[in-house]
Design a binder for this molecule. Structure first.
Ligand code: FE
Length: 358
């Protein structure tokens, strides 16, 4: 059964590759490119992705137009994809694994699923804090975990840092989701790196003391509760507000109009950022094409599409921002390497559990 499935899968890829090769050759005549030297087996890339954005199809099309290489997409949530690659073992058809949080890339790396990639294109285009030190994975877009505030109640001049959210002036005001959510795990992990575990635990206790309610719902729910007056500050990822601001639903846009973004820690290390990223699977059969795909994602055109797919920030300097995203202003990012978020994650979970952040 397993074999059959795989043969069918690869068969479909090969058929697509035949078509794609025709396109590749036509292009190669006009403009010689190193991609024509990619072996027959490398005319496809099997991509396991936990991104669910329709705009990503434009990336696969763009990549095929440029290289003649077909992207075969398998979509699922990150953890099931990681489990699937593990259980497929050496026979896994996966060439690239793409996820939407550095914590999950870290998990995949810890499971030994990635191979190191040393690409000048990637190393030059992507800031070192947004890729694995040994090239196990690379970030292709970033999101900021910001403080959102009710513009009718909060003077942004009263806001400064994540650390200052424990100030008694915010008692009963702070909205955030569960501490076990990977976005909060990564934020707490970054604080552990800066302040150490004991001080971070004190901070978490102070934060919990200022909660508007016990954590419930996702980031969008925190923004909605902020607009509804349940609290006046929400810790959430930047793109959730942009999504509401761009929504076709007038009720969403009304929520977005009541809330704005404050980028914390601008006077010290910068705002906590996380990434969407990808790495080449250790057992990849189409290794060259896989690397070529990652390099394509770091190009200016792909960067804009990749980032806009989820209203995120491109990782490459000089790529224009989506106008709605740009309207919230620019900011300094914390340059802490994203691999730290995974490294400190177990400690972060222990601290939040002890400190009563449910
Ligand atoms: Fe999200």
């Amino acid at each position: 059964m397993n074999k059959m499935t795989r043969r069918t899968f690869l068969g479909a890829g090969a058929a697509a590759a035949t078509v794609a090769m025709g396109l590749g050759k036509a292009k190669a005549t006009a403009q010689p490119s190193p991609t024509i030297r990619i072996a027959q087996a490398d005319r496809v890339v099997n991509l396991y992705s936990s991104r669910h954005y329709d705009t990503d199809n434009a990336l696969y099309e763009g990549f095929r137009a440029e290289t003649g290489i077909q992207v075969n997409l398998i979509e699922a949530e990150a953890d099931p994809l990681i489990e699937r690659i593990k259980s497929e073992g050496a026979n896994s058809p996966a060439d690239v694994l793409m996820t939407v949080d550095a914590g999950r890339l870290w998990r995949a790396e810890q499971e030994g699923l990635f191979q190191p990639v040393n690409s000048q294109v990637l190393n030059q285009a992507i800031p070192s804090s947004l890729r694995h030190p040994n090239g196990m994975w690379f970030g292709f877009s970033k999101r900021a975990r910001v403080i959102m505030y009710d513009t009718s109640k909060v003077n942004p001049a009263d806001l400064s840092t994540y650390e200052a959210l424990t100030d008694p002036q915010w008692q009963g005001q702070i909205l955030t989701r569960s501490s076990t959510n990977i976005y909060n795990v990564s934020l707490v992990s970054s604080l552990i790196e800066v302040h150490g575990a004991p001080e971070t635990e004190t901070w978490v206790r102070g934060l919990v003391a200022n909660f508007a309610r016990p954590p419930e719902g996702n980031d969008t729910a925190q923004i909605q509760a902020c607009a509804a007056g349940v609290g006046s500050l929400a810790i959430a990822n930047s793109y959730y507000l942009i999504r509401l601001a761009k929504s076709d639903n007038p009720a969403d846009r009304e929520v977005a109009e009541k809330v704005s973004i404050f980028f914390p820690n601008q006077r010290d290390r910068g705002t906590h950022v996380n990434i969407s990223g990808a790495g080449v699977v250790r057992t990849a059969k189409n290794q060259e094409a896989a690397i070529r795909f990652l390099e394509y994602l770091a190009g200016p055109e792909a960067q804009a599409i990749f980032a806009n797919g989820n209203n995120e920030y491109p990782v490459v300097e000089g790529v224009p921002l989506d106008p709605v995203l740009a309207s919230y202003g620019s900011f300094k990012s914390d340059p802490m390497n994203a691999s730290v978020f995974g490294k400190n994650s177990a400690e972060a979970l222990r601290i939040t559990d002890r400190a009563g952040w449910t």
